[in-house]
Design a protein around this ligand. Structure first.
Ligand code: ADP
Length: 219
């Protein structure tokens, strides 16, 4: 399902960055925060921004929260407020509710409440940065499941001019290059004879172990 309208509860660092980016991407965003200053800061950026306490049911009703496709509870430190706002959004019938958690326990409570997606911004970013620090060629990755990953890897200088057949990740490690992102455009499902160049990025799919071994062969 594609969502067009978002309500964000809590315009702290995470909520405000999320709101700005959704606006850049062309979506409608209602921001709610009890802190007038935060609302003021974003009032010219978001579609609407209102000063309100999101733990009060009447308040959420009056701002029309129920009409939004997706609600994001971006309150962190005040766990009680995060839980109350989350329950209210769900009870009002918001189709998808996403919430930020600041600890494992907070996340477990949100999970039991049936939140559609729980985000741990600091924890997830820490994990991501750790992977990138130990593997300089790793630009980004997506965990498809516990065992499978898609990784974006920079092509090392010594591979410039080599074909996929020369590099042979499937034969050597079992993972596959599913795309090559070149400055001129993307080659999807590249052929064995396609050649890598220095500024290219390889998009690789495989098990975590296969991708790790492939990365180690680069560094
Ligand atoms: P971050 O780490 O992303 O900055 P914070 O937890 O510090 O997250 O900020 C959350 C925001 O949520 C703050 O701007 C705060 O004013 C707002 N907030 C907290 N409780 C409520 C509430 N009951 N109703 C509306 N906004 C709230």
């Amino acid at each position: 399902m594609k969502f067009n309208q978002f309500v964000i509860i809590g315009l702290g660092r995470f909520g405000s960055s999320l709101g700005r980016e959704l606006i850049n991407l062309g979506y409608e965003v209602l921001g709610v925060d009890r802190d007038e200053e935060k609302v003021q800061e974003l009032s010219n950026i978001l579609t609407h921004a209102v000063v309100a306490d999101a733990t009060e049911e009447e308040v959420l009703r009056s701002v029309g929260a129920r009409n939004f496709d997706c609600g994001v509870v971006a309150i962190g430190d005040d766990i009680q407020a995060s839980i109350l706002a989350t329950i209210l959004l769900k009870e009002l019938g918001v189709k998808k509710v996403v919430a930020k958690a600041v600890s494992d326990l907070h996340g477990r409570v949100l999970e039991r409440m049936g939140v559609d997606r729980i985000i741990y911004p600091e924890r997830d970013m820490g994990v991501r940065v750790a992977h990138q620090l130990v593997s300089p060629n790793l630009l980004d990755y997506i965990e498809l499941s516990k065992n499978y990953t898609i990784a974006e890897l920079a092509v090392p200088n010594c591979w410039s001019g080599k074909s996929l057949e020369d590099v042979n990740p499937r034969g050597r490690f079992g993972c596959s290059i599913v795309a090559i992102n070149k400055p001129k455009g993307m080659i999807i499902a590249p052929m064995a004879e396609d050649v890598l160049a220095q500024d290219d990025v390889m998009v690789v799919i495989g098990t975590n172990d296969q991708i790790e071994q492939f990365q180690q062969s680069i560094t």
